[in-house]
Design a protein around this ligand. Structure first.
Ligand code: KIV
Length: 278
């Protein structure tokens, strides 16, 4: 959407109908949310990828509801136009419908998100229906579901056989029928993503799923080159901030060690000294 109107959940379906691509990125703090929002991104996802890129875990499995809640509050403070979607972490929507409703409510009511995202197909459609009935919009997530890493054994491409693709189409249809408003498709062949996109009325948002989805999402730390220890093959790095941060910090350290910062004869401006007094 080009105009600067706030993005709401129903806008995503209209974007699909008009052929406008949906732009989504992850965000985890207020400053980055503000920058990404100001750049015109439609959806900010407080992804459980924060477990890996912010908290230093090896997978998303250890992420808790409190982790997502804390970061959602920060992102919601920084966002203005973008739609804020909060990921529901592992095991916060599988135990019972009551617990699912309670957990999602916290992300909306305390966190300030406008929607939640849930991994899974027919296993989660009852939860999706109950959340949507209660007024909580739900984004689905099929293909590679990183919360199931211990079952999968590795982060690898999904839906590679005809049967697996049919299974994904059935899951996608069930999610749409249950009221999901959009669907993330992660790490699947581009032909499967294209077919799912054409069969569904709700928009698909791809990551490692080729160009035919209704929108695209990346982990912002990947796209900006901040998390640069491992770069998935489908990622395009639009900046190399990891490299730039290391260089800037090395300059800062060298300036201090050589006595170049702070500058000896530079007067401290009034506004800065006021801040020091405050
Ligand atoms: O947690 C996350 O960042 C995600 C995206 C990769 C879609 O789920």
């Amino acid at each position: 959407m080009s105009e600067l109107k706030k993005i709401r959940v129903p806008d995503l379906k209209k974007m699909k109908q008009h052929g406008d691509k949906i732009v989504m990125l992850t965000a985890y703090d207020a400053t980055m949310a503000r920058l990404i929002d100001q750049a015109g991104v439609d959806v900010l996802l407080v992804g459980d990828s924060l477990g890996m890129v912010i908290l230093g875990h090896k997978t998303t499995v250890p992420v808790t509801l409190e982790d997502i809640l804390y970061h959602t509050k920060a992102v919601a403070r920084g966002a203005n136009r973008s739609l804020v979607v909060a990921d529901m972490p592992f095991m916060t929507y599988q135990i019972s419908i009551e617990e699912t409703l309670r957990n999602a409510t916290r992300l909306i009511q305390e966190g300030g998100a406008s929607a939640v995202k849930i991994e899974g197909g027919r296993m989660v459609t009852e939860a999706v229906r109950r959340l949507v009935d209660a007024g909580i919009p739900v984004m689905g997530h099929l293909g590679l579901q990183p919360q199931s890493i211990h079952k999968l054994g590795a982060f690898r491409k999904q839906a590679k056989t005809g049967d697996a693709a049919e299974n994904l189409f059935e899951d996608a249809h069930a999610l749409e029928k249950s009221g999901a408003f959009a669907l993330v498709l992660e790490a699947i062949p581009k032909e499967v993503a294209r077919e799912a996109t054409s069969r569904l009325r709700i928009p698909t948002i791809g990551i490692g799923a080729g160009p035919h989805c209704d929108g695209q999402v990346l982990v912002s730390y990947d796209a900006l080159g901040i998390y640069d220890e491992f770069v998935p093959t489908f990622v395009k790095q639009y900046a190399h901030l990891g490299r730039d941060i290391r260089a800037a910090v090395a300059n800062y350290a060298e300036d201090i060690r050589k006595g170049r910062f702070p500058e000896q004869n530079k007067p401290i401006p009034i506004s800065a000294s006021k801040r020091l007094d405050a």
